[in-house]
Design a protein around this ligand. Structure first.
Ligand code: ZN
Length: 341
């Protein structure tokens, strides 16, 4: 096993004290380097970026006169999936549904609703069953696309407008083409360069440590050393190379863990999130272990501070105010029934 080096730099800045500007104080900052990709993350020691009040979502999430994803409109407002991908038309598992995306984000793209029977589903209502069923439907779609020809697959979610969602009805999306995304290509190239399998080495190194959250089936749960976003959590399936290899049982396990993480987010007064499950590309490699990365986003307050500053948008560098070890500590109670340590 190759040794994973967790490099960090402690920086001290001399800054005027908040509320007492004539007094100059030492303020610490930690910069961490991701052991696989080399990207860096800034962890502020003065936590000032977390929401201070719980966002009232009543108005934002009230059912509108027309929503294409509510059950009464779904059949007329959405198309059916090409027969070359599935003969199911719309893929339904439980109360979830997968339909073709009307926007061409990718050569093939689908939208999946966690629940067509409710316009809005709050974080604590996104149960293991709801997320697991949706994941099964989205994987079925991906497998159908995979039958067309080998390509890059990803399954992704925006939840509420701060996360980039234009539709409030909670949904996830898949993307499939020959090019993949920057993150996918970077992860794969870095995994290929690692001597051995980085993902297995990571799990072996992190198990039981301060960022470790536990195991469910083939899913390993932890917070990353150098996050790219707030409250970031990783679900890693080190034995799997691609999304197409996920079984229904894996999907149920992913659902259970994600549901626990979302309960934890809710307890932290967070309201919006993204997640991405990165398939390993058209030439699946034994050097890769399937990764789902989840981050919280800014709360949808009328005037909100975006969690994305010039650091994230233009320097590809997260600036966060809660260390991954603390994120793990805060989320752990909410994952107790979902994982074994
Ligand atoms: Zn709706």
């Amino acid at each position: 096993m190759a040794e994973i080096r967790f490099v960090e730099h402690q920086i001290t800045a001399r800054v005027p004290e908040l509320g007492n500007a004539t007094n100059v104080i030492d303020a610490g900052l930690t910069i961490r380097i991701d052991p696989l990709t080399g990207h860096s993350a800034r962890i502020l020691h003065q936590g000032q970026l977390a929401p201070t009040v719980r966002t009232d979502l009543t108005q934002l999430t009230a059912p509108p006169p027309f929503c294409p994803f509510c059950e009464d409109k779904l059949e007329e407002a959405t198309g059916v999936i090409d027969a070359a991908i599935t003969d199911e038309g719309r893929i339904r598992r439980g109360v979830s549904a997968v339909v073709p995306n009307v926007l061409a984000y990718s050569e093939f793209s689908s939208v999946g609703l966690y629940d067509t029977t409710r316009h809005f589903v709050g974080l604590r209502e996104l149960t293991p069953l709801l997320i697991g069923d949706l994941m099964c439907g989205l994987v079925a779609y991906a497998r159908g696309v995979g039958g067309v020809r080998p390509m890059w697959h990803s399954i992704n979610a925006n939840y509420l407008p701060p996360a980039g969602s234009s539709v409030v009805h909670p949904h996830a999306q898949t993307a499939h083409d020959d090019i993949g995304t920057t993150a996918q290509r970077t992860l794969m190239a870095a995994s290929e360069r690692w001597p051995g399998n980085f993902w297995r080495d990571l799990i072996e190194t992190e198990a039981g440590g301060p960022r470790w959250l536990g195991t469910r089936g083939r899913v390993r749960v932890l917070t990353p050393w150098a996050p790219i976003g707030f409250h970031e959590v990783w679900l890693v399936l080190p034995e799997l190379r691609d999304i197409l290899e996920l079984t229904d049982e894996d999907c149920a396990d992913l659902g259970a863990v994600l549901s626990g993480v979302l309960s934890g987010y809710d307890a932290l007064d967070l309201a919006s999130f993204n997640w991405a499950l990165y398939g390993g590309g058209p030439h699946p490699s034994d050097k890769y272990g399937l990764l789902l990365r989840m981050v919280s986003r800014a709360n949808p307050d009328p005037v909100y501070r975006s969690d994305v500053t010039y650091f994230e948008r233009l320097h590809a560098e997260a600036m966060i105010d809660m260390a991954p070890e603390e994120v793990a500590q805060r989320l752990a109670p909410h994952l107790q029934s979902a994982v074994t340590i």
